[in-house]
Design a protein around this ligand. Sequence first.
Ligand code: SAM
Length: 241
Amino acid sequence: MRRAAWVALLVFGACSHESGPAHAVPPDPDSREQERLQMVSRQIEGRGVRDARVLAAMRKVPRHRFVPESQRAQAYDDRPLPIGHQQTISQPYIVALMSELAGVQPGDTVLEVGTGSGYQAAVLGEMGVKVFSIEIIEPLAKRAEAILSKLGYAKKVQVRHGDGYAGWPEHAPFDAIIVTAAPPKIPEPLRQQLKVGGHLVIPVGKHYQRLLRVTRTKDGFREESVIPVRFVPMTGKAQEK
Ligand code: SAM
């Protein structure tokens, strides 16, 4: 309400001055800002996510631009949505939770395994980190890259097609690693590409999965189990015996 009052005041103010042109930017009719603000307050803050940079990023990134046309009406619903190739864009709360658990600072370098739609990468990019994101399904990698570029995230997010099991050694070590597909156990190369003090946030398990946060310490790794989750399986090398 207060925001609406300010907008009304500003519009009125702009009209009442006759000394110069009003440089009002026309509102984007497809911004869906109200739905996004509601999504953040109900689904994300309402479930206890408190990191101010995560909340600000989720209020800003236009989630509806990352889903196929056929799913746009549902883009701000409290659930994952299909993005083709039997894959999904994660539920908004899970994106926020994983971003918070990663504990990143502006200027950090983050690896994401499972680019999917590109949405999680955009949220991280919006938080001021440099993101390296790997996607195993080539058309999804290409589509995400195109959307990220169109929305102005190309400098913050680099997408590569490939199997993320081996990480991205050329850019390691990372301040954080976020994995958005579930392997049966943690891929060792990902643990090795973490900086000391860095967090790996990853769903692990076959039928029954847990979201884990693994922190690299001076002496090894500390593991916390956060919540039960259901992600698509990590394919490729993770499935080899
Ligand atoms: N982060 C995504 C988003 O914001 O839309 C959600 C991704 S979806 C839940 C998981 C993605 O992981 C799928 O696109 C899938 O193809 C990808 N994936 C599965 N196994 C992979 C692997 N070994 N390497 C890279 N990507 C993988």
